[in-house]
Ligand binder design. Structure first.
Ligand code: ADP
Ligand code: MG
Length: 380
């Protein structure tokens, strides 16, 4: 994904945002002076703030003219991500999710309204994907050894028992009072496949609230949201994204002369088998991009790769899919659908997208001796 490529090359402990900005003088020198006539246009600047959260590095790339206001907005956005981590993590004993997982099998549990709406949305996504996306699949993921420890292959009876305890139909909802109740004793909710996207959306809303019009936010690169578009047109200058925003590359930059210039922030979707090959360059404006891959977390036994995305209908890790990239209007949806389509495979994904023109997909599958790249929603 073009200018995010080299993020992985940064030292593991990235400095806090204030240090990143420390070499730059805040533009406060005019404070208190009489306003000067607006002789020269303001300069575009591209500050960046970052923070570790949800097991990933979250970063906000900002574009605008007021550094102090942008950095403050970026920090507010990251605060919102941290708040959501505290609320949604199943690793923390004190999160709302942990509290619900303990108590909702004994009694109705009241949820904060936005969390309640998120669970309802997950319920809807499960229904629309015929159960391929399922936030109750956590115990299966755990049984295959993915949360901690080594990968392992659970026995058939263990899987059968777990399947009896998962499924969104085992969660009851009370819309009036935002209550949930679990009808299976071992049911657990795990937002691993949608939480980062939900947090990225919340961060984007926060930026917008604080007046930021141009930004890119990502949570560990697997989910990206592009707010607005690169600041080109307003000032009538060529967008110098390549040199101003770290990790960018000028390759395939849009030409401003072309009447058919695509609008939006450019990203390269790379071939997972060969990072030099670009499968598609996409331009995103108020849209999100997520990728799920079988190379993220996996183990191998006798030449078979077992990956961390599980089909909740069978209890088995998905075979034969290498990666799925999804573009959608929200990061929660692109995140959730990249996991769902991974489980569903090509035909069911094509069927899903037939009535949803805003969703675009690039899926890479492998067969015994070949790879199949499928693009959905990119025209012929
Ligand atoms: P990433 O962490 O790179 O964003 P994904 O969005 O694909 O990866 O989410 C993978 C995580 O989702 C897994 O680690 C697991 O916790 C959870 N998961 C696995 N299978 C499913 C599924 N079928 N439905 C919902 N969540 C799943
Ligand atoms: Mg996902």
């Amino acid at each position: 994904m073009r200018w995010l490529d080299k993020i992985g090359e940064q030292p593991a402990q990235a400095p806090p945002a204030t240090q990143i900005e420390s070499g730059v003088e805040p533009e406060l020198s005019d404070v208190g002076k009489d306003a000067e006539p607006e002789s020269k246009p303001a300069e575009w600047i591209y500050p960046r703030v970052q923070r570790r959260a949800m097991g990933s590095l979250f970063e906000v790339y900002l574009a605008g003219t007021d550094r102090e206001a942008m950095v403050a907005a970026g920090e507010e956005a990251l605060e919102e991500v941290e708040r959501l981590e505290r609320q949604l993590s199943h690793y923390r004993d004190d999160s709302d999710i942990a509290r619900m997982n303990i108590h909702a099998k004994e009694q109705w549990v009241r949820l904060e309204p936005r969390l309640y709406e998120l669970l309802k949305h997950c319920h809807e996504l499960s229904r629309e994907t015929d159960g391929a996306f399922d936030i109750t699949a956590g115990p299966l993921v755990k049984a295959w050894g993915f949360f901690k420890g080594e990968g392992r292959i659970p026995g058939d009876s263990e899987i059968a028992e777990l399947l009896e305890n998962i499924g969104m139909e085992r969660i009851l909802f009370d819309d009036q009072d935002h209550l949930v109740y679990f009808t299976a004793p071992k049911l657990e909710i795990n937002l691993g496949a949608i939480g980062k996207g939900f947090a990225v959306d919340a961060a984007a809303r926060t930026l917008h609230f604080f007046g930021v019009d141009h930004a890119v936010i990502h949570g560990g690169q697997s989910t990206i949201y592009a707010l607005g578009e690169p600041p080109a047109d307003e000032l009538g200058t060529e967008p110098d994204v390549s040199s101003r925003i770290p990790h960018s590359s000028s390759r395939n930059s849009p030409s401003l002369d072309s009447p058919s210039m695509p609008c939006g922030w450019p990203f390269d979707i790379k071939d997972p088998r060969d990072k030099e090959t670009i499968l598609e360059t996409v331009y995103l404006k108020n849209q999100a991009l997520s990728t799920s891959g079988n190379y993220e977390q996996f183990f191998e036994v006798d030449g078979t790769r077992y990956t961390h995305i599980i089909d909740p209908r069978t209890g088995m890790p998905v075979q034969g899919v290498v990666s799925v990239s999804v573009i959608a209007d929200t990061a929660a949806d692109s995140d959730a659908l990249s996991t769902a389509f991974f489980v569903m495979g090509r035909e069911a994904t094509e069927e899903y997208c037939r009535t949803r023109p805003n969703i675009r997909v690039i899926m890479v599958e492998e067969t015994q001796d070949d790879f199949i790249v499928t693009k959905i929603g990119f025209g012929s």
